[in-house]
Design a protein around this ligand. Structure first.
Ligand SMILES: [Zn+2]
Length: 242
């Protein structure tokens, strides 16, 4: 779905742990740069190609992937992309970098998420553990809070810890679009706060506090990775969430 010139919200089916879900990665582009924000899971590649073709941006023009955080449904699709397009650079926040690179164990694997994995049927369990073990990629560039990336008219990095320590959101200046990853969600058309299930009390407080950082941006569109687009006066709605 076209959000504005040079920014598209992709819509892909994603199958993870035996469940069919929809995800909304974002594509930001100009004549020099094509950026995918979050990359789905290991088997998302054909869907990513199809969704990119639909926007008119050929897959082989892709040259950057920015990941909002380390979770498997955001990083799992990177490796298959890089195998085909080795020029693609991966950008992430410094605090999630060691998890993405495999130097630290991905946070979800230390939490009650593991109980859910263990409760799966044998073949599903093997598939998901395999996916975690093979998802690690090198982060080529770390990005920091407040940094403006000189791509596609300017993209501002906003560090929003809580869901993970190095979770980031991105503000695309030209279209006034805030890409929020998992920092907020959209359910039945309404913008809501972060998913509390995966966080302890301390992380939840951090995540809610992170929302205050959006106040200084003039936001026309919000793209949530699991919920899609929200454009009904976002600034006012965000204030109701903290
Ligand atoms: Zn997610």
């Amino acid at each position: 779905m076209k959000i504005a010139d040079g920014i598209e919200m992709l819509k892909l089916p994603m199958n993870i742990m035996g469940m069919e879900r929809i995800i909304y990665p974002t594509l930001i582009f100009d004549n020099d740069t094509v950026i995918l924000v979050d990359a789905g899971v290991t088997n998302s590649l054909p869907e990513i190609k199809r969704a990119m073709e639909d926007t008119g941006v050929p897959f082989d023009r892709l040259n950057k992937i920015i990941v909002t955080h380390q979770d498997i449904d955001h990083i799992g699709g990177i490796k298959p992309i890089i195998d085909e397009l080795p020029v693609v650079e991966v950008l992430a926040h410094e605090e999630d970098k060691p998890y993405i690179q495999g130097e630290k164990k991905i946070i979800r694997l230390n939490s009650n998420f593991m109980e859910r994995i263990n409760a799966l049927p044998e073949d599903e369990r093997e598939k998901i553990i395999d996916m975690f073990e093979n998802a690690h990629v090198k982060v080529n560039k770390t990005i920091t809070d407040g940094e403006e990336l000189d791509y596609c008219g300017g993209i501002i990095v906003i560090h929003t810890p809580g869901h993970t320590p190095g979770h980031i959101c991105l503000y695309h200046k030209k279209s006034k679009t805030l890409i929020v990853g998992d920092a907020m969600n959209v359910v039945e058309g309404q913008l809501i706060g972060p998913n509390k299930l995966s966080m302890n009390d301390e992380e939840e407080e951090l995540a809610i506090n992170s929302l205050k950082k959006f106040e200084k941006y003039d936001i026309k569109n919000i793209i949530s990775y699991h919920g899609g687009l929200f454009n009904d006066n976002p600034n006012q709605r965000i204030k109701e969430l903290y």
